[in-house]
Write a protein that binds this ligand. Structure first.
Ligand SMILES: Cc1cc2nc3c(=O)[nH]c(=O)nc-3n(C[C@H](O)[C@H](O)[C@H](O)COP(=O)(O)OP(=O)(O)OC[C@H]3O[C@@H](n4cnc5c(N)ncnc54)[C@H](O)[C@@H]3O)c2cc1C
Length: 231
């Protein structure tokens, strides 16, 4: 999978801190100036996150291009409603050749199972091709495509939704493919807004795990997690 941060609000931490500062200053919005030092910006953002004044964080938005995730993954992704998505259409765009379908590690590591998996994916694509050749419209031929087939999607989320998304999807309880995607996204936004995303990730990065009996046995450590997911 490929995850690229395409665009983001310029100086996202500045805009968030200006918005927050207005809430606490007896001045006109148009007079909010850019005089805060980097240290002030950091302090204010940490304060917002600590006290839960998260609406100010919504002023920063991030747009990602994601290639090569499966439809299994994209289906989970689009359950996050406070985001905008543009996904390549299977009605207007036909697969020309058998695409690089996603192979889960649990399957990749077992030769006999992998063989069955590959046979199935190939059969799925052959049937699709056969339907298209027999003038079945792409919107109907796609019914025989496998969930493992790759998709491309552009995602825009504001920083508040991203923090929520990372809490749910970087958690070990999340399914591995969306978890990997979430860590790749987190890795990108940390470079641009390091204070907003300072402790972003599963809830256990910030305190007690809320998963109760479902708690994982091998919680990731904040300082080594990117090595674990991005290497
Ligand atoms: C480990 C895991 C397992 C899951 N298993 C399943 C499953 O078995 N079946 C299944 O169907 N889904 C499952 N999901 C998906 C899950 O139920 C959510 O649909 C998904 O995680 C999106 O999260 P959300 O609704 O919090 O967030 P978003 O849609 O990203 O919304 C963010 C927040 O906005 C608020 N919000 C958004 N829309 C509304 C609304 N209409 N009303 C009130 N508040 C709103 C809520 O506070 C919400 O948390 C699973 C998710 C995870 C992480």
């Amino acid at each position: 999978m490929y995850v690229q941060l395409l665009k983001h609000t310029p100086e996202p931490e500045k805009i968030v801190s200006l918005a927050a500062r207005l809430c606490y200053s007896p001045i006109r919005a148009t007079e909010i100036s850019n005089t805060m030092s980097d240290e002030d910006v950091k302090r204010l953002i940490r304060f917002l996150i600590k006290v839960g004044h998260h609406s100010a964080i919504e002023h920063a938005s991030f747009t990602f291009a994601v290639d090569g995730i499966s439809r299994v993954c994209s289906h989970q992704l689009v359950r996050h409603r406070l985001a905008s998505y543009s996904q390549q259409s299977q009605r207007y765009v036909k697969y020309k050749r058998n695409p690089d379908y996603v192979i889960p590690k649990s399957i990749e590591n077992k030769q006999d199972i992998l063989k069955k998996y590959e046979d199935f994916q190939n059969r799925s694509f052959d049937l699709y091709k056969d339907f298209l050749e027999n003038k079945i419209p792409a919107e109907d031929a796609r019914y025989v495509l496998s969930n493992a087939f790759p998709t491309q999607i552009i995602i825009t989320m504001n920083a508040r939704e991203l923090l929520h998304f990372f809490t749910l999807r970087c958690c070990e309880r999340a399914q591995w493919e969306i978890r990997e995607m979430a860590y790749r996204m987190l890795n990108e936004v940390k470079k641009i807004a390091p204070t907003i995303f300072e402790h972003a990730g599963p809830a256990c990065f910030r305190g007690k795990c809320p998963e109760g009996e479902m708690m994982c046995k091998n919680p990731p450590k904040e300082d080594e997690v990117f090595e674990r997911y991005l290497s």
